[in-house]
Design a protein around this ligand. Structure first.
Ligand code: SAH
Length: 222
């Protein structure tokens, strides 16, 4: 006998597999990244009323004027971090939102530290992540642009909100050989994805990648 719950989880697994095939068609090549997106139940991170749209390649509202990132962008940023067969290692995510991207990163990184400035959104992320029992994800309420000095250095840093200047404290918390990817620019005008690499000797290299559209990185907490 197939229960309603089993039927719906089979339907969401099929929808998720189709989403991954679209990401592949759109140019995402990293099999580890695609496998992670094929594993995380995105529908469990959005409001019930939006769950049927969870596997469309679009950003969806989370409340608090924030959005869950578009699957393509989550995949693309993860791919940038892992390009060249690089391991993500100890990873900092700034802007945990509903926790979706943290769940995806948990399959690619040794540890994920995800910081969110809106306390009520962080509570949602906690509730969304709990049933998935991902042992290597830690959530923190705070201003993520300050990083987490007591946990630094990080091998990888990813921002889910757009910075208007290069976030200095985050760059300082990058380990030698570390890589950071973030949306850069004003929310209303052109934003571009930027990658910063720290060499083993401590020098930095900045590369501008795809045009993107993100909510702004904001100071402080609420
Ligand atoms: N990673 C999320 C995307 C959330 S949208 C996902 O998986 O869908 C971006 C998030 O960044 C918002 O929740 C916003 O509140 C948060 N944010 C913005 N500025 C921040 C800051 N300085 N520190 C921590 N979080 C921040």
């Amino acid at each position: 006998m197939v229960t309603g719950h089993q039927a719906s989880s089979q339907a969401s697994a099929r929808a998720r597999a189709r989403m991954v095939e679209r990401l592949r068609a759109d140019g995402i090549r990293d099999e580890r990244v695609l496998a992670a997106l094929n594993t995380v139940p995105r529908h469990a991170f959005v409001e019930e009323a939006l769950a049927s749209r969870a596997y469309e390649d679009t950003a969806l509202p989370l409340g608090f004027q924030q959005t869950i990132s578009q699957p393509y962008v989550v995949a693309r940023m993860a791919e940038v971090l892992s390009a060249g067969g690089r391991k993500l290692g100890k990873t900092l995510e700034v802007g945990a939102g509903c926790g979706y991207q943290a769940a995806v990163l948990s399959y690619l990184a040794t540890d994920v530290y995800a910081v969110e400035r809106i306390g009520k959104l962080l509570d949602k992320a906690r509730a969304n992540l709990r049933p998935l029992r991902l042992p290597n994800v830690r959530l923190k309420h705070g201003d993520g642009s300050l990083g987490i000095p007591e946990v630094a250095p990080f091998d990888s840093i990813i921002l889910a909100a757009a910075a208007t200047t290069t976030p200095r404290s985050l760059v300082d918390q990058l380990a030698p050989g570390g890589r950071m990817v973030f949306p850069f620019g004003q929310a209303s005008s052109d934003q571009v994805m930027v990658m910063i690499e720290r060499s083993m000797t401590g020098s930095f290299k900045e590369t501008r990648l795809d045009p993107v559209r993100f909510v702004p990185l904001l100071p402080g907490t609420e």
